[in-house]
Write a protein that binds this ligand. Structure first.
Ligand code: SF4
Ligand code: SF4
Length: 406
């Protein structure tokens, strides 16, 4: 099997899993040509599939450009967007205040507000009530529709358990101050499995897009939540904007197939093809982003078979432009000392494409001892297992040397 055939085979599963969502398709039946797609939640509520992420609002002189941002929110609401997502730390805490300023002029039952408890910031159980009350005050709300434990990973989950955070949230739910309890997640699927099993969560928020489906094990995370019927709110649908700014070959394939469609619309429509998606968050910072998203989601059209095949070819082209041609097949694992070979290569490829040294260094720093490029002892056991014939120890040494200079 040559490299191209291998890549084709490894990507076939992406297409197979991206069968159109029956619920979504059904819901779209009868909708007007320009109606925002909504998803039924808990039987009665209708959540707009496009959610407004309030973490990248337009800014001017270091402050939220309140006039422009408010106009974008107004336009979004007029077009049918009803899900707004903020958090304690977004825009240095100013996102919550802005949400209060802009949303409270609308009837309370016309929008859903999601906010998040900063688990990593908690010191004692007393912080729970203090921060929660502060959030209600800043957003000028009597309740949150969706409330999440923010950025759960193994360490934050341990803290949430120690401080009985879930019980606190249940009390708030009983008081009518929270309607739905969820969490956002950034860690391995093994950790997610444990968290998902711990409580009857109403929803969960994970990073999902057509590249991370394999590269960051998002498929495994998606499967864990879907198996438990936990509706998914998607973050990073454009992978930090990179799927709206594809390498040349991939970009050309999508443009040839559909000259008028934006690259971002392919990424959103891919997600709309998956069942169990409640909402796709987009951190819109310019009116053009909003206008383009409204075109895509009003209503959204899941990818058809032909488009899925074209997207798979574009994913192939995307991988072919990578600095290390790793497809994340994981055949090289386990490494006897525990180097997470594909994750190191993915982080490095991301860095070479984005030039974001800070993120690359943070990713390497988050690895446990021996999981990063420093762990490699050049035993060579991984090399014969790599279908891409990557000289893995040499590449790890190159990455190590490059990282040391950053
Ligand atoms: S060569 Fe390095 S990465 Fe490969 S198996 Fe040995 S220690 Fe692990
Ligand atoms: S290094 Fe090779 S074997 Fe390992 S995940 Fe990447 S492509 Fe697969």
């Amino acid at each position: 099997m040559d490299r191209r055939d291998f890549l084709k085979a490894s990507l076939a599963s992406t297409a197979a899993l991206a069968a159109p969502s029956a619920a979504l398709a059904q819901h779209q039946d009868g909708q007007d040509a320009k109606t925002m797609t909504t998803v039924a939640f808990k039987g009665g509520e209708k959540v707009s599939l496009l959610g407004f992420g309030m973490m990248r609002l337009p800014q001017k002189d270091g402050e939220i450009d309140a006039t422009l941002a408010a106009k974008m929110v107004d336009d979004a609401i007029k077009a049918g967007v009803n899900y707004f997502d903020t958090a304690y730390f977004y825009i240095k805490g100013k996102s919550e205040t802005f949400c209060g300023d802009v949303l409270t002029k609308y009837p309370r039952d016309s929008y859903y507000l999601a906010d998040k408890l900063p688990i990593g910031h908690l010191k004692t159980a007393d912080d729970l009530e203090r921060i929660f009350s502060e959030q209600l005050r800043k957003t000028r709300q009597s309740h949150f529709d969706f409330y999440l434990m923010h950025a759960l990973n193994a360490a934050n989950w341990k803290k949430a358990v120690q401080l009985n955070v879930y019980d606190f949230l249940l009390r708030k739910k009983a008081e009518g101050k929270i309607r739905h309890i969820g969490f956002s997640f950034h860690d391995k699927p093994e950790v997610l499995e444990k968290i998902a099993a711990a409580h009857p969560w109403d929803f969960a928020q994970i990073q999902l897009n057509y590249i991370d489906w394999k590269a960051y094990r998002s498929k495994e995370q998606y499967d864990i939540l879907t198996k438990r019927s936990i509706p998914i709110v998607v973050m990073e649908p454009l992978r930090g904007g990179r799927l709206a700014n594809l390498p040349q070959d991939a970009a050309r394939m999508l443009a040839n197939a559909s000259p008028d469609a934006s690259q971002a619309s392919w990424a959103f429509r891919y997600l709309a093809s998956l069942p169990n998606i409640l909402c796709i968050l987009s951190g819109m910072s310019r009116p053009e982003h909003l206008a383009e998203n409204l075109r895509t989601f009003s209503p959204i059209r899941p990818l058809d078979e032909r488009e899925r095949r074209i997207l798979d070819k574009a994913i192939l082209a995307y991988h072919n432009t990578l600095s290390v041609p790793c497809t994340d097949c994981r055949y090289c694992l386990p490494c006897p000392v525990g180097v997470l070979i594909p994750r190191v290569f993915t982080a490095y490829n991301d860095f070479k494409m984005s030039n974001n040294a800070r993120r690359f260094k943070a990713t390497l720093a988050a690895f446990d001892e021996d999981e990063g490029p420093d762990g490699c002892i050049r035993c060579g056991k991984c090399m014969p297992k790599c279908p891409q014939h990557i000289r893995i120890p040499n590449e790890l040494a190159r990455i190590r040397a490059e990282a040391a200079k950053l």
